[in-house]
Design a protein around this ligand. Structure first.
Ligand code: DP6
Length: 343
């Protein structure tokens, strides 16, 4: 089985975070989404992961280091990930691996790192497999493996945008792994400035939130809405219809949080300053013709999406009117990127 390559070596991948425009919220079976989601892949917020490997005589073994320090607090998540993935990466049973990871974004920024972390690790694991045995569909398999770590991670494998989940609108779309979604040049020049409203980790995890969708009173209408929003978003992207793009992106963000507020038990992840920023953005748009829209992930932080041509206007707006709502005035400038890179 292992004729092709030798059983020791090292591989390193850089894999970015992503921001969903159509939100994945609710899952079924083993990490499969109840509705399709579409995201922009980011550029500057990424995880760099190295995996070094050598033969093991006593089965699969791993050690996880974050910024060169052993991190036992990640053990539970990683144990679950390897439990789910080892049958798809059977070569691991003969290896002992050492994982070393670091992020370009601060640990305490309230930015979810699971998408970049699991995609970077999965790319390394699939890459090792490729060096030992011939394997096809490298990126699809990496996305599949990433999904078993964290759903949104499977979209980080592709840039500039990525679609995960079966949709009759997009050929080859499926629930098992994400596929690349190409963008017109206009949207490739989009920025994402992340306003850090709250640096603390969130009070309710995404996994708990996904679980509450199972018995949610609005589950069926949410699934319908996500599919309709996806259809309209794809048309708006193709036609470069900015107003329609803004309408759908903001509707998705607010629906995500409305689902949280109406689940049983309900919870709120927005903070007062999240709402203050949204109101400022809406007044700004009433005054100025701008591409600026916002989206939210499962937390209090706000992602500002806008075209390169509006960079100066939006940056002035952020600095003069929005930074007062950010925790310690913190924000991160990112933009749409091309996807993971092997180092
Ligand atoms: C609100 O991918 O973090 O960011 O599969 O349980 O790891 P798990 O959940 P996760 O959920 C992300 C939810 C979201 C929307 C999105 O990214 O599509």
């Amino acid at each position: 089985m292992f004729e092709k390559g030798k059983l020791s070596g090292k591989t390193t991948w850089l894999s970015p975070s992503n921001i969903a425009l159509i939100k994945y919220w609710g899952k079924k079976d083993l990490q499969l989404p109840v509705n399709p989601s579409l995201s922009f892949t980011l550029k500057k917020c990424y995880t760099q992961t190295s995996v070094s490997y050598k033969p093991s005589t006593s089965g699969f073994k791993y050690e996880f280091y974050f910024e060169d320090k052993l991190k036992p607090e990640f053990k539970k998540k990683l144990d679950l990930f390897f439990k789910r993935t080892i049958e798809h990466l059977p070569y691991l049973n003969q290896l002992s691996i050492k994982i070393n990871s670091k992020n370009t974004f601060p640990h305490s920024s309230g930015i979810a790192s699971s998408a970049s972390a699991f995609s970077a690790l999965s790319l390394c694991l699939t890459d090792i497999e490729k060096s030992i045995i011939d394997s096809e569909d490298f990126y699809n398999k990496s996305s599949f493996v990433s999904r078993l770590g964290s759903g949104s991670a499977c979209r980080s494998i592709f840039g500039p945008a990525s679609l995960w989940g079966s949709s009759s609108l997009v050929e080859n779309s499926n629930d098992n792994y994400a596929i690349p979604f190409d963008l017109p040049e206009f949207f490739k020049n989009y920025h994402d400035t992340i306003l850090i409203v709250d640096e603390k980790s969130k009070s309710v995890s995404s996994s708990v939130g996904h679980d509450l969708v199972k018995n949610h009173q609005f589950k069926e209408s949410r699934i319908k809405q996500a599919n309709k929003n996806l259809e309209n978003l794809i048309i708006s992207i193709k036609n470069e219809d900015i107003n329609e793009f803004i309408r759908i992106v903001e509707n998705e963000a607010l629906t995500l949080h409305a689902m949280m507020m109406t689940s049983n038990p309900s919870f709120i992840l927005m903070k007062p300053n999240t709402v203050n920023i949204i109101n400022k953005i809406w007044s700004f748009r009433n005054e100025k013709n701008t591409s600026l829209s916002f989206t939210l992930d499962a937390g209090a932080n706000i992602h500002l999406l806008y075209h390169q041509d509006d960079f100066k206007t939006v940056q002035d707006f952020i600095k003069s009117q929005l930074l007062i709502y950010c925790s310690n005035g913190k924000y991160i400038d990112d933009k749409v990127g091309k996807g993971p890179i092997k180092k």
